[in-house]
Design a protein around this ligand. Structure first.
Ligand code: ZN
Length: 236
């Protein structure tokens, strides 16, 4: 075991020599314990601190009256052209899954340190199969895996699925957006959700329409509660 760790360290040092790992944000060399982004850049990201009041924050207020949410978490504020958006684009469009899992772990630690209840099952917001095939992966699933690793609770990507292809949400009014996503999700096996505290995951929450549709669909099961967590939320 010790030999294995030492061997891995030596291999890491060698690969570092030829392919030094650098922070995707500032370009500085990363320390061995840093993944994709350096500690300094990570600390400079605009935190929301929503975890201090998971049942009473800007996201739970935004979703109030639209769907039943127990707790809402989001690590960072998201603004166009800023660092958090670049990180999310790195995951979604440049396929940086390592970064997705790493940010998922950060969400996991935040929840672990602050959650008022224990959650039982993590559910990533499903992508339409066509979109998943095109992208090769579902970014919410990658993030969910990072959260799962820290919270030690399983991920289920089967119980809810997407049944229609929605057109882009941008340039639509709030009502049009709601109409566009109202019936996009369906449940497959609801009995396994009975009495469970669910945690729904997405990369970012902006208007909340997709999350609202997903929560409302899952509310048709006999789950005990539904909470939501994202890496970022649109700055309000
Ligand atoms: Zn950096």
């Amino acid at each position: 075991m010790v030999l294995n760790t030492k061997l891995r360290h030596v291999v890491n040092c060698f690969s570092e020599l030829f392919y030094p790992k650098i922070c995707i944000n500032c370009g500085q060399h990363l320390f061995e314990n840093e993944v994709e982004i350096c500690q300094l850049c990570m600390q400079r990201l605009p935190k929301t601190y929503f975890e201090m009041k998971p049942d009473d924050n800007a996201i739970s207020a935004m979703m109030w009256g639209r769907c039943q949410i127990k707790h809402a978490y989001s690590l960072y504020f998201y603004r166009k052209g800023e660092r958090v958006q670049q990180l999310l684009h790195g995951i979604k469009y440049r396929g940086n899954k390592v970064l997705g899992t790493e940010l998922g772990k950060q969400v996991g630690h935040t929840i672990k340190n602050n959650a008022p209840i224990a959650y039982d099952l993590i559910i990533p917001i499903p992508l339409h199969p066509n979109k998943k095939a095109k992208r090769g992966f579902n970014q919410s699933e990658v993030i969910a895996n990072g959260i799962s690793e820290v919270l030690q609770i399983p991920v289920d990507s089967e119980c809810i699925y997407r049944n229609t292809f929605t057109s882009s949400q941008t340039k639509k009014t709030r009502f049009e957006r709601w109409q566009n996503v109202e019936n996009i999700f369906s449940l497959s096996n609801t009995t396994k959700l009975d009495q469970l505290n669910l945690l729904i995951i997405d990369d970012v929450i902006t208007t909340g329409s997709t999350m609202e549709a997903c929560v409302n669909t899952l509310s048709q099961s006999s789950c005990a509660s539904i909470s939501i967590a994202t890496i970022a939320c649109a700055a309000i």
